[in-house]
Design a protein around this ligand. Structure first.
Ligand code: NCD
Ligand code: ZN
Length: 345
């Protein structure tokens, strides 16, 4: 087995950069690992229209390191007030590449999200027409539903009817966590893809909950049983272009994570590539890594593949315990205090 791999420079099709001062940290980190990133719109307040997206884009631009050709790809946050006109306008901006659906209340900064998809069908029709993909946080919003069942319930109750009603709408089921999601994506037409995070490929709910609660592994959708993790890693390493990288790197200050009510989100912007490599190697599928990290996402979004490369070397390294963040805060990376097996040169 080779100890070095040169592969297409990766993109990240799902990242949270937050806003304002947080960008000082998150943008350089993202630019170090990725050429292009799909920037999640769940800022406070959310990115709801073209004007918001352009202003946020400009704030991000200020923190791109000199000489870097890093490119943020903006998204809109779907609310009950989103209209087909807002979609058309966003598409015309040239900087908005997708629209994100958060069922109301399911995750960090999702209170402005949507409770009934049916009312938004005219908006989805418009997205299909102009070619803007719908990115879905696929969890049912009813708080009575068991947290481990929320993805499956959403797929059955909302996603299947939506895909059947508007099969031309391009959909990315984000950060999938169950074999049910894998099966849905495999059974759907080619307009449906899915992103996979490093944590869902490497860890299961025992990693989170057995032997003490690990707040830095708490993210949404929550880590599931081992059978689900196995289905995910199988999908990721299958070479099927429907499955591609989306780290869901989501910065939360250490104090907000290590709390009596800890925030959901894993910060992986600088470690995700190593984690994916390790996950693929365990499946003897390093030959499938390049396309997962650097080809399939671009193809799905109809963007050119990157021509630059990165080199991964098999070398043990330990990420920093933390990175400075905001004023007197810290970010704990996914993989802190662990030995990772692959390093980006
Ligand atoms: C994300 C965040 O912190 O913004 N958290 C998470 O657990 N994944 C939101 C999200 O993508 O669900
Ligand atoms: Zn996310």
């Amino acid at each position: 087995m080779s100890n070095q791999m040169t592969i297409t420079f990766p993109d990240d099709w799902h990242i949270h950069l937050r806003d304002n001062d947080a960008l000082k940290t998150t943008v350089p980190h993202a630019a170090q690992s990725f050429k292009r990133v799909i920037v999640m719109p769940n800022t406070t307040p959310p990115v709801k229209n073209r004007q918001d997206a352009e202003a946020y884009y400009a704030r991000i631009q200020k923190h791109i390191p000199e000489g870097s050709d890093f490119q943020p790809l903006m998204t809109l946050y779907l609310t009950p007030d989103t209209t087909p006109e807002i979609i058309e306008d966003a598409k015309a901006s040239g900087i908005v590449h997708a629209v994100k659906l958060y069922p109301a209340g399911v995750t960090t900064n999702s209170t402005a999200g949507v409770s009934s998809l049916k009312n938004l069908y005219p908006v989805f029709e418009k997205m299909a027409e102009v070619g803007l993909p719908l990115l879905i946080h696929g969890e049912a919003s009813d708080p009575e539903i068991d947290i481990f069942d929320r993805e499956l319930t959403f797929i059955e109750q909302e996603l299947k009817p939506l895909h059947a009603a508007i099969p031309t709408l391009r959909i990315v089921l984000e950060h999938i966590t169950t074999k049910d999601a894998v099966e849905f994506v495999l059974g759907a037409n080619d307009n449906v893809g899915a992103t996979l995070t490093p944590q869902h490929l490497l860890f299961n709910r025992n990693s989170l909950l057995s032997g003490g609660i690990k707040p830095h592994l708490y993210c949404l959708p929550i880590l599931k049983r081992e059978i689900h993790r196995q289905a995910l890693i199988k999908a990721a390493t299958s070479g099927n272009p429907k499955f591609f990288i989306g780290t869901d790197s989501a910065p939360h200050a250490q104090s907000a994570k290590e709390s009596s009510c800890g925030c959901a989100g894993c910060y992986s912007a600088l470690t995700a590539i190593s984690h994916y490599a390790e996950a693929f190697e365990r499946m003897n599928a390093l030959d499938k890594l390049e396309a997962f990290l650097g080809h399939y996402g671009a193809d799905f979004y109809g963007l050119p593949r990157n021509t630059e490369t990165i080199t991964l070397v098999r070398e043990d390294w330990t990420p920093p315990d933390s990175y400075p963040y905001l004023e007197n805060e810290h970010l704990i990376p996914l993989g802190a205090k662990q030995v990772l097996k692959w390093k980006v040169k």
